[in-house]
Design a protein around this ligand. Structure first.
Ligand code: BES
Ligand code: ZN
Length: 844
């Protein structure tokens, strides 16, 4: 262990009185914070960032202090240690950074308005008030807030308001909680409310730019999620209310502040009459995620950020557990298989990736831990393994114990394993530490060697990787019940293969259900056996087969060309998961062809052959009463037909556009994005561009906005690309929170790649000033690396980012992304001829 420097060691707060006077006009916050607590020594430190501190008192007497800006600290020398009441008087700027206390901007009927809200995770509470801004430093809080208030405004916070006096709003004392979960917001808000069975008031809040019925879906999901968790965790929701607030400017997706969860508008509010099922599922999982945190994260909090996975991995698993209970028809675990599983498997295959549990101190590095592929997706997969090893009964029993033991306090990974271990008599910690502490994951080679069925494990890499002999305790989930539950050695023999095969009466398989975090490399004999029976297997097995083979091809363990013939075998599936895996694989072939080449034409022909029958079967518009799988498959299939340049598809989409030109927003949300994109690509004009951009600015519907963004960024017109990029820094049109999507869209458009890349390099400083300092920033690098595929771009990427390698919070991302591009460039070089030849022979 390296020596830590946590301020909590010097001072342990028990209670805060926070007084804030916020002036939107002057953009100034005046504050006075009183903290009661215990000083373990006379030299103590509080956190602060960007605060102008005018006075510090200890027990009513002025004391010496100084501001240590690099350490984000106020250093204070007390006369004596022991119980102390500190009072800090300060001012702070109100800035547009989406961190700390910040304004959100929106318009109602052309009138510009703002709401003030907060974002304190990870270390931004210190920009709002001084204190010990560390998760372990739990205390109770009394908030008192004054602002330049006008009639019609509402203020909300973690706890209910108890009184207003002289324009100051006083809120009830909070439970013992961490600073990063404090929140409040005020402005002209609308709300809808209801009560859970147990009497918790649940509410949804948003600006008045939205129609009232846009709050309904979220209210229903939030209410039922809380009811679900109270039952699942066997632990009551401890606060009087649970508010869900949509903020027009929001850096993350959503934030689990205790009692006042904040969201991006697109992740909370939706038009109940015209929103795609995909988007509804996304909103439901986001709400369920944040509400899972009300226990996992808020009631019990990780002791330090190294155990961030205790919050995020858990909430990421629970969002699926909850939504599966609330909407069983959705089969939401299929979404887990098509989104989280591949995300984790892709990223975790690059050498240099971090482990789920990781030592961390620097605030920028703490932000960098929120990696959606690792702490979220891989962590959730880890816990899915735990859940399947334990079963729900033991899991729930263990969780109840864990909450009882640590509520209003903190915990570490070891605390969770011990509670779950007690409930299950399984040394779950020993199994899970191999997944938690080690980066990467294994590929299991399943082979018949000299008649013996053998399994071997070794680390799987995409790109260069140094094999350091890592081993995992792998929950095997074989269909052979005589195989061990856990495979923990380098090698395992399962006996005579012919005997096993005969006993099973079906092909031998491991990782049945695809719930363990590994992939399988079957030898030819075993794979051919599986392929011969593939139609008899369920959708998840089919998905898994395509997913694992794709990864093996990316990792150069098998030839990429060998997976191409698989596509046609699954093209007519009626299962959305299979269609998703199929087109994920097919879309991965696009990197092997150049724009406007013969090879591209052939690939397009393949897409046409894959999609033609399904386009005919499904048609363009959703049909009442059709299956959920058909609803989810349609956009993928139509998108394939459009990529294929199928003339009928292009004309059909154009016709739908023309029929709905006067009310584009009301086009069926399932296909609206495709229709608009088709129009811009094939029938685009400056007039259409301007019309869509005006709609973009004017609409409050997040899905419609995303559709327009996808359409406009796909233009082949150099002039319009320039016009788009000219809006990147205009927050009145493109909010900084949405810019990454625009950047990605233009960069991924072959006609826009150069211009977007030039913009990023030229205006990097602007980007850093605008979104630097929060976790959004580094993802611009990830997005760029996701697109680049040539040696020239690799060289440019290195030339630009290598000098930035020492920027806190960017180091790992830059290192990883150089590898990602390097391995893609090498893969394309090595495999493109074989892949393209196979594609050509497939379409003959
Ligand atoms: N605690 C996070 C929000 C967060 C992320 C705060 C990073 C500070 C830094 C929240 O619970 C979360 O995980 N949000 C996700 C959405 C979620 C549904 C996966 C997000 O913002 O991406
Ligand atoms: Zn979360």
């Amino acid at each position: 262990m390296t020596a830590t420097n946590h301020f909590y060691e010097t001072f342990q707060p028990s209670h805060y009185n926070l007084y804030l006077d916020i002036n939107r006009e002057t953009k100034l916050i005046s504050g006075k914070t009183t903290i009661m607590g215990n000083a373990s020594q006379t030299a103590i430190s509080l956190h602060q960032k960007f605060l102008n501190v005018s006075a510090v008192e200890a027990d009513g007497e002025a004391v010496d202090f100084n501001l240590d800006q690099p350490a984000e600290a106020i250093r204070i020398n007390l006369k004596q240690a022991g119980e102390t009441t500190l009072t800090v008087t300060y001012t702070a700027p109100l800035t547009d950074s989406m961190m700390g206390i910040y304004p959100s901007y929106y318009e109602v009927n052309g009138e510009k308005k703002q709401i003030i809200g907060t974002q304190f995770e990870t270390t931004f509470a210190r920009q709002a008030f001084p204190g010990i801004d560390e998760p372990e430093a739990k205390a109770t809080f009394d908030l008192a807030i004054k602002f330049d208030e006008h009639p019609g405004e509402t203020i909300i916070s973690n706890m209910p308001e108890v009184r207003t006096e002289n324009g100051v709003h006083y809120f009830d004392t909070t439970m013992k909680m961490s600073t990063y979960l404090i929140a409040f917001a005020f402005g002209e808000l609308q709300t809808k409310q209801t009560k859970t069975k147990s009497g918790v008031t649940v509410g949804v809040f948003g600006t008045k730019a939205h129609k009232a019925n846009e709050l309904d879906f979220a209210l229903d999901i939030a209410k039922r999620s809380i009811e679900f968790y109270e039952d699942f965790y066997q632990t009551p929701y401890p606060l009087p209310h649970s508010w869900q607030l949509a903020l027009p400017d929001f850096s993350a997706g959503a934030m689990e502040n205790w009692g006042l969860v904040t969201y991006r508008e697109a992740y909370l509010l939706l038009d109940p009459d015209n929103t795609s099922l995909e988007m509804k599922q996304q909103v439901a999982t986001v709400i369920a995620h944040e509400l899972a945190h009300q226990w996992f994260g808020d009631l019990v909090t990780m002791k330090w950020w190294d155990d961030l996975w205790l919050n995020e991995s858990f909430a990421n698993m629970m969002e699926y557990v909850a939504v599966d209970a609330l909407e069983p028809d959705w089969h939401i675990w299929e979404l887990f298989q098509t989104s989280e599983a591949p995300m984790a498997l892709n990223r975790d295959a690059t050498d240099g990736v971090q482990s789920v549990h990781v030592q961390v101190e620097d605030p920028a590095e703490i932000d960098a831990l929120f990696d959606s592929a690792i702490v979220y997706a891989k962590g959730a997969r880890m816990l899915v393994m735990v859940r399947s090893l334990l079963g729900d009964d033991a899991l729930r029993k263990g969780l109840k114990k864990y909450f009882e033991a640590h509520q209003y306090g903190n915990a570490t990974g070891a605390d969770l394993w011990s509670a779950l271990g007690e409930a299950s008599d399984l040394d779950i910690g020993a199994i899970m530490n191999s997944w938690l502490e080690q980066p990467g994951y294994p590929v299991v080679d399943a082979q018949v060697v000299d008649g013996q069925l053998t399994l071997k494990q070794h680390q799987f890499f995409i790109g260069d990787g140094k094999d350091t002999g890592r081993q995992w305790q792998i929950p095997l989930n074989s269909n052979d019940s005589q195989a061990p539950a856990i495979f923990k050695d380098a090698k395992l023999s399962l006996g005579n293969y012919d005997d096993v095969r005969q006993r099973l009466g079906e092909p031998f398989r491991v990782n049945v259900g695809n719930n363990s975090h590994f992939i399988v490399h079957y030898d030819e004999k075993l794979l051919n056996d599986i392929l011969a029976h593939v139609d008899e297997f369920d959708a998840i097995t089919q998905l898994q087969l395509m997913q694992d083979l794709r990864l093996l091809a990316e990792g150069r363990q098998i030839s990429y060309a060998s997976v191409v013939p698989l596509l046609k075998r699954f093209a007519d599936s009626h299962e959305a998961v299979v269609i998703t895996a199929l087109y994920t694989l097919a879309n991965n072939l696009k990197k092997f062809v150049l724009p406007d080449s013969t090879e591209e034409k052939q690939l397009q022909q393949l897409f046409d052959q894959l999609s033609a029958a399904q386009v005919k079967r499904l048609g363009w518009l959703p049909v009442a009463g059709e299956s959920i799988d058909d609803q989810l498959s349609r956009p993928m299939i139509l998108s394939a037909a459009l990529y294929a340049q199928n003339a009928d598809a292009i004309a059909a989409a154009h016709q739908i556009f023309q029929d709905n030109q006067a009310q584009l927003a009301t086009l069926s949300a399932d296909i609206r994005g495709l229709i608009l994109t088709n129009e811009v690509k094939h029938y685009g004009s400056e007039k259409l561009f301007d019309q869509l951009l005006a709609d973009y600015q004017q609409t409050a519907d997040g899905s419609y906005k995303a559709n327009i963004r996808a359409a406009l960024t796909s233009t082949p017109d150099a002039g319009l690309i320039k016009k788009t990029i000219d809006q990147f820094e205009n927050a009145d049109v493109i909010k900084p929170q949405d810019l990454r999507g625009w950047f990605r869209g233009v960069l991924a458009n072959p006609h826009g790649e150069q211009a977007a890349w030039d913009w990023l390099r030229t205006d990097w400083q602007w980007l850093e000033d605008t979104v630097g300092g929060d976790m959004e920033f580094s993802t611009y690098i990830t997005v760029t690396a996701g697109v680049f595929k040539t040696a020239d771009r690799l060289a440019e990427f290195k030339a630009f980012f290598e000098p930035k390698l020492n920027t806190p919070g960017l180091t790992r991302e830059i290192t990883m992304d150089i590898k990602v591009i390097e391995s893609r460039v090498a893969l394309i070089e090595a495999e493109k001829n074989a892949v393209n030849q196979t594609v050509a022979s497939e379409v003959k």
